[in-house]
Design a protein around this ligand. Structure first.
Ligand SMILES: Cc1cc2nc3c(=O)[nH]c(=O)nc-3n(C[C@H](O)[C@H](O)[C@H](O)COP(=O)(O)OP(=O)(O)OC[C@H]3O[C@@H](n4cnc5c(N)ncnc54)[C@H](O)[C@@H]3O)c2cc1C
Length: 478
């Protein structure tokens, strides 16, 4: 029999844990008991969030920070009582370099995402050619597009700022967030704010300046926020794994079933759902929240809901890997006066970006050592993720030698592969989601949430998990 008070969560990544946390809170607030079971196929929860402490080093295998502009991660951290452990980006330096023409160029001060907001540093920079700069400035004069609706990131940027801005700024900076290809990325699903700026503000430059002015006015009228000032990107003193550990504590370890791979989900005879694992064990539940990658959700639902499974399978993913390396400071000739660098596709190299992790975050390596983290793969070079450890390490070392002139071997290295780990919101993504919603809405007690749907960043995943939990809770009708 299906327990009327059990909710199953499939996947113990941040989305699944956020869903389980919200359910725990709701049950506590209602002073009632419900059963929550989280099924996770791996040995540990966290999904893409993996923090490893090894000797004096703190390594992040997947994400290393979240943005505060979208409030849901910061809010969760506060609710979990971890506010004192929030870690700002280091104040010792700032900024990013862009690799172009065989050298590293500082991203001009005032360039927000890809939009220049301060004329002098932008004009002084050698990153963009003079014709390229003039073309970008034309954004002020170009009328807004008449048609509304979606457009690829590439088409939009070429139209407003020109090809050079696409190749050197938008592709590595904006497309890089999804490890994606701007030629097929849906702007409406990834950065709708850019389209809004065009429609409301008469272009990106004017739109961004207006936005900054509005923000400044808002801050002026608001009472000064209590507590320390936060940087745009933020992490935790003990890495993002700290959030996972705390969530596990609050939800209760008893609710978490690790090493339990679910293979099928089907409607129960009368009502509710039956969740079957790899060993054939079946668990009944009144509602189920699936937070796995969409292609894994498709596998679970294929037998009973084939049309939904097809739609889920159609959301593409790309593979990537992170390679962290520890070098003695003296082995690196570069002054390391930024948080790292990005590599545009046109530079024809085999890495997408490098974060100078121990420069960006304090206390991640001893003072005389430097921790770097290279990103490999993505939409442009997915095949590199399949290479063996030695091969991948040798490749990253060659790239660091060519770009940063580092010739010594690292003292230690750590590789994390994320095969099919980054969902891609390509053109038509929103229509796709609408078709998925139409099917799930007609199946009571079935909810989908996570990176594959409405935002890949940690704040969006948390928000989606909690929203799915609110709906699942309401469906119990306690
Ligand atoms: C290299 C990298 C760097 C990133 N950097 C950032 C960053 O700095 N900031 C940021 O905000 N975002 C970043 N992201 C994105 C962000 O980390 C992810 O989108 C987010 O963590 C996904 O969370 P999720 O819970 O939706 O999915 P996941 O973390 O993928 O969790 C899904 C879980 O489901 C489990 N699962 C799958 N199938 C089954 C099954 N059949 N049965 C049981 N369990 C199953 C999986 O094992 C996994 O644990 C990065 C992503 C990557 C890959």
């Amino acid at each position: 029999m299906t327990s009327p008070r059990k909710i199953a969560v499939i996947g113990g990544g941040i989305t699944g844990l956020a869903a389980a946390y919200e359910l725990t809170r709701k049950a506590q607030a209602a002073k009632t008991k419900i059963e929550i079971e989280i099924f996770e196929k791996a040995a540990n929860p966290g999904g893409k969030i993996i923090t490893r402490k090894e000797g004096p080093y703190l390594i992040e295998g997947g994400p290393d920070c979240f943005i505060i502009e979208k409030p849901w991660a910061l809010q969760l951290v506060k609710e979990l009582g971890l506010e004192d452990d929030l870690l700002n980006t280091s104040s010792r330096t700032s900024g990013t370099f862009v690799y172009d023409n065989s050298s590293l160029h500082r991203l001009p001060e005032g360039v927000m995402m890809m939009i220049p907001t301060k004329p002098l540093p932008f004009l002084a920079s050698k990153l963009i050619s003079w014709p390229g700069k003039i073309r970008m400035a034309c954004d002020i004069l170009i009328p807004k597009r008449k048609e509304s609706g979606d457009e690829t990131l590439a088409s939009f940027v070429k139209r407003r700022l020109g090809k050079e801005a696409l190749d050197k700024l938008a592709e590595p900076l904006v497309g890089g967030i999804h490890a994606g290809n701007p030629e097929n990325m849906s702007l409406l699903s990834t950065f709708p704010r850019f389209l809004e700026m065009e429609q409301d503000g008469g272009g990106l430059i004017v739109g961004m300046l207006k936005r900054q002015k509005k923000m400044a006015a808002m801050m002026k009228n608001r009472p000064a926020p209590r507590g320390p000032k936060r940087t745009f990107f933020i992490s935790m003193n003990d890495g993002l794994g700290q959030i996972i550990n705390r969530l596990e504590e609050v939800i209760g370890k008893d609710s978490l079933r690790t090493e339990r791979e679910i293979t099928q989900i089907r409607p129960a005879l009368k009502k509710g759902w039956l969740i079957e694992d790899k060993t054939g064990r079946t668990t009944p539940a009144a509602a189920v929240i699936i937070t796995t990658e969409t292609y894994n959700a498709a596998r679970l639902l294929r037998l009973e809901l084939p049309r939904l499974a097809d739609l889920l399978d159609e959301i593409p993913y790309v593979s990537s890997a992170t390679v962290s390396l520890a070098f003695p400071r003296k082995a690196i000739p570069h002054p390391l006066d930024a948080y790292g660098f990005i590599v545009p596709k046109i530079a024809n190299r085999r890495i997408m970006a490098v974060t100078w992790s121990s420069v960006k975050w304090d206390h991640r390596a001893p003072e005389d050592m430097v921790l770097l983290r290279a990103f490999v793969g993505g939409a442009h070079h997915p095949e590199l993720v399949a290479s063996g450890d030695q091969e991948m390490l040798a490749m990253v070392r060659e790239e660091l030698s060519a770009i940063m002139n580092i010739s010594s071997p690292p003292q230690q290295s750590w590789i994390y592969r994320w095969p099919q780990g980054m969902p891609q919101y390509i053109m038509g993504h929103l229509e796709h989601l609408a078709a998925i919603d139409k099917i799930t809405d007609s199946h009571k007690g079935l909810y989908l949430a996570g990176a594959g749907y409405r935002g890949i960043g940690i704040p969006d995943c948390i928000n989606q998990g909690r929203q799915a939990a609110v709906k699942a809770w309401a469906s119990l009708k306690l």
